[in-house]
Ligand binder design. Structure first.
Ligand SMILES: Nc1nc2c(c(=O)[nH]1)N[C@@H](CN(C=O)c1ccc(C(=O)N[C@@H](CCC(=O)O)C(=O)O)cc1)CN2
Length: 285
């Protein structure tokens, strides 16, 4: 069997198009501020891509660049200013942060209503308890991909490989909310291969290049690869051995061009949702 490729670039482009139409009907430009501290090169690429996509969708977007030596207090000060600014609907602090800054403290300082990353404990709690809040962009993007590829989720056996606060845990919560039967597996799970092989939907978010082998995949499974790993030769690969997994899966996301583009599209979606909720806008339709 050779798997159908789920094209994240195309799904993201379609979502960004729908968002641009939604924004033009709003009559105002939702405000997004992305804060980058330091010079992490990958973060530089992601932040530029976010800004470009946001402006193209009609958002009022700007990146705030701070030097590598920025202290925690200075960053918290900036977050407080953005919290208080009525023109700002969404605040995102790009991760990773330099080591002198504790990310949890900064994320906790963002107004939950402007937390377009969905990383604040309030939004995590809303998701865990099935209430409406802002949902982390990468797992939200995965749910869009499953819907676009018409993969049935309700009743499916879903396995999430990875238990990070940013992807694994919210991913499990979203799949559960969509009525999947969810198992979360991780580095201390006994016989990972066996657990993964039980999955009808496997979401790999472990951050280890090509860790998931072809024989970990059940025949006909859907494989969603969240990993983005740069190899020493410069190639970008996911957490799944794509070529081998494609021989068993019915549908699979590539890296690049799978989940990554959805992360940015969902950031725009969250910014629009935050703006609509904060400003009490009633949208037509
Ligand atoms: N505050 C946040 N920080 C980080 C997040 C996040 O969601 N919020 N996620 C990642 C980085 N990230 C967005 O910030 C991100 C990563 C990758 C992509 C993407 O489109 N990748 C492309 C490949 C890009 C390349 O060539 O390097 C793909 O997969 O096709 C988008 C966003 C960590 N930090």
């Amino acid at each position: 069997m050779s798997a159908r490729i789920i094209d994240g670039k195309a799904v993201a482009e379609a979502l960004r198009g729908r968002l641009a139409e939604r924004v033009s009907a709003l009559g105002f430009r939702p405000g997004l501020r992305v804060v980058r501290v330091g010079e992490d090169p990958a973060s530089g690429v992601y932040v530029r891509n976010k800004d470009r996509a946001a402006l193209k969708a009609g958002l009022d977007s700007a990146t705030i660049q701070l030097p590598e030596a920025t202290g925690e207090a200075e960053l918290l000060d900036l977050v407080a200013k953005l919290n208080a600014d009525p023109a700002v609907d969404g605040i995102l602090v790009q991760l990773p942060l330099p080591r002198q800054i504790e990310a949890v403290k900064v994320l906790a300082a963002i107004d939950p209503a402007k937390d377009v990353d969905g990383f604040h404990a309030m939004n995590a709690g809303m998701l865990a308890t099935g209430q409406r809040g802002l949902v982390p962009c990468t797992p939200k993007g995965v749910m869009h991909l499953l819907a676009a590829a018409r993969i049935p989720v309700a009743g499916a056996r879903a396995v999430v490989l990875g238990r990070s606060n940013i992807v694994g845990k919210p991913m499990a919560a979203l799949l559960l909310a969509a009525d999947a039967t969810v198992t979360v597996v991780h580095s201390r799970t006994r016989d990972l291969a066996h657990e993964c092989r039980r999955a009808e939907i496997l979401v790999a978010a472990v951050g280890r290049a090509e860790m998931v082998k072809g024989d970990w995949i059940a025949e006909g499974a859907t494989v969603i690869d969240v990993g983005i790993n740069r190899l020493p030769d410069g190639r970008l690969v996911g957490d799944v051995d794509f070529a081998a997994a494609s021989q068993h899966a019915a549908a699979i996301t590539p890296v690049p061009g799978g989940v990554g583009p959805m992360t940015i599209a969902c950031l725009l979606e969250n910014t629009v949702e935050a703006a609509v909720a904060r400003r009490g806008v009633r949208e037509a339709g």
